[in-house]
Design a protein around this ligand. Structure first.
Ligand SMILES: Nc1nc2c(c(=O)[nH]1)N[C@H]1C(S)=C(S)[C@@H](COP(=O)(O)O)O[C@H]1N2
Ligand SMILES: [Mo]
Length: 448
């Protein structure tokens, strides 16, 4: 006998007197919920919901979201958030920062890869995530809402899982599409949100993996064949009263896959860069540009409030460290040994450039100018006044890398104003936000 008819039988009023029948009605309500609506299994009629559909989507998300989560945590580490408070103002990341490490400078395309995967895969998984939520929607309305302490804990973990996933996807997509709609606090929201999600994800995987494996082994017909008894994990997923099919299970998965492929096709070009960049019609970042600086500009000089008079002949770079200070003009910098480095820019938003040929003065040489040998860190300040961006901190391995430059030229020409004229920092393998434009001051740290 299936669960539903069993329930109906039990909920039939039995008392002869009105009062006891009213009590029975109340008891039946507590047990079965309102007589109509989504708490009733019969409300959900799709014939293609079931343990197999949910498990296929779940398996894709298990692999995909794990990759998105790992690359996301790496992205946070790459920011040097432990050089607080310059780079990251997340309060009390404390324990959650346990895994932070010194982000390497090799290979130079490292952050292009990790962040390209994070953003592109995140976007590509949107249809899968939505389909997975659709496939389990009857369970959200399960009645009674809480059956036991264990059940309450399970539902709480699902709240973390679903709420956390929707939250990190929403904040991530908004950040990529609208560029810092959360002034200064995107990291805080996305970072804490991701840990809430990860908590729910870990519990969910640990408790559901065996069910998923069994349902995948049994195949699409498995749940039906297990006739009568509760199919593997199928309780509440299979409709007790299925409507005629308008789409097969394979058709559903095909639609989801096509949706993901379409998103991939209109997004991935922004991470590959070069000619493919123009195929990324869903990516909002500048696809235009001209001359030797023909690669994307994230924040223009106009928007940053940097004008010709800030960067004209009167511009000076201040270099500080070890209690000393040096002030240099652009001519002074050009008179120092010039070095070349072919390096990309890779933004947290997922777009990146192919290698550009930068040339300028090594950061380590500038530290040497004020007598700091083997600097432990540098704080780079832009002369930019507006916007959330003012400074960035780089750690010892980044300052010391011979390819880390205060660039004066790119691709054989002087930097354009939008690319950071008169001088910008470029560092291998680092998130784009570390490549400060319109640099005004460098302060090198020294071990005591
Ligand atoms: N002064 C300043 N430097 C900056 C930024 C900025 O807004 N202001 N944006 C940073 C970010 S987030 C990125 S991804 C790169 C982008 O470099 P591009 O605009 O030359 O492509 O510059 C970085 N340097
Ligand atoms: Mo960026």
């Amino acid at each position: 006998m299936d669960e539903h008819t069993d329930r109906t039988r039990r909920s039939a009023p039995v008392g002869p007197e009105g009062s006891s029948s009213r009590q029975d009605g109340l008891r039946a309500f507590l047990r079965d919920g309102p007589p109509l609506g989504p708490t009733r299994p019969k409300f959900w009629r799709s014939p293609i919901r079931g343990p197999w559909t949910t498990s296929v989507l779940g398996a894709v998300l298990l692999v995909g979201l794990t990759l998105v989560a790992v690359t996301g945590l790496l992205s946070y580490a790459a920011y040097n958030p432990d050089l607080t408070p310059v780079n990251d103002k997340t309060p009390d990341k404390g324990l959650l920062g346990f895994y932070l490490f010194a982000w390497p400078t090799d290979p130079p395309w490292l952050y292009r890869l990790t962040q390209g995967v994070h953003v592109t895969l995140g976007i590509v998984l949107v249809p899968v995530l939505l389909a997975k939520l659709w496939s389990v929607i009857p369970l959200f309305f399960a009645w009674p809402p809480v059956r036991s302490v264990a059940h309450a804990l399970e539902r709480l973990s699902l709240l973390c899982l679903v709420g956390g996933a929707l939250f990190v996807f929403a904040t991530g997509l908004l950040n990529v599409q609208l560029e810092y709609v959360f002034p200064g606090s995107f990291y805080v929201l996305h970072f804490y949100g991701s840990w809430v999600f990860l908590g729910g994800f870990a519990v969910h995987v640990a408790t559901k993996a065996p069910t998923m494996v069994r349902a995948l082994r049994e195949g699409p017909a498995g749940a039906k064949e297990s006739g009568g008894g509760a199919p593997s994990g199928g309780a509440g997923l299979l409709s007790p009263d299925p409507a005629p099919a308008t789409l097969s299970r394979g058709g559903l998965l095909g639609m989801v896959g096509l949706g993901s492929l379409a998103l991939l096709a209109v997004t991935v070009g922004q991470s590959i860069g070069g000619p493919l960049r123009s195929t990324a019609v869903l990516a909002p970042r500048g696809r235009s540009g001209a001359g030797p600086g023909d690669f994307p500009v994230n924040n223009t000089a106009a928007r940053a409030g940097v004008g010709e008079d800030d960067v004209g002949a009167g511009w000076r770079l201040t270099v500080r460290g070890g209690g000393r200070e040096a002030v240099l003009s652009r001519e002074d910098l050009l008179a120092l040994p010039q070095h070349d480095a072919a390096l990309p820019i890779a933004c947290v938003e997922g777009w990146s450039t192919q290698n550009q040929d930068w040339s300028g003065v090594r950061l380590a040489d500038l530290a040497g100018l004020v007598g700091v040998w083997g600097p432990t860190a540098v704080v780079v300040e832009s002369l930019q006044r507006g916007g959330s961006f003012t400074s960035a901190g780089l750690r010892a391995n980044q300052v010391g890398d011979p390819r880390s430059l205060l660039a004066l030229r790119v691709n054989g020409a002087d930097l354009s104003l939008d690319h950071g004229y008169p001088a910008r920092v470029i560092v291998p393998a680092s998130p784009g936000v570390h490549n400060t434009k319109w640099v005004g001051r460098l302060t090198f740290g020294e071990s005591p």
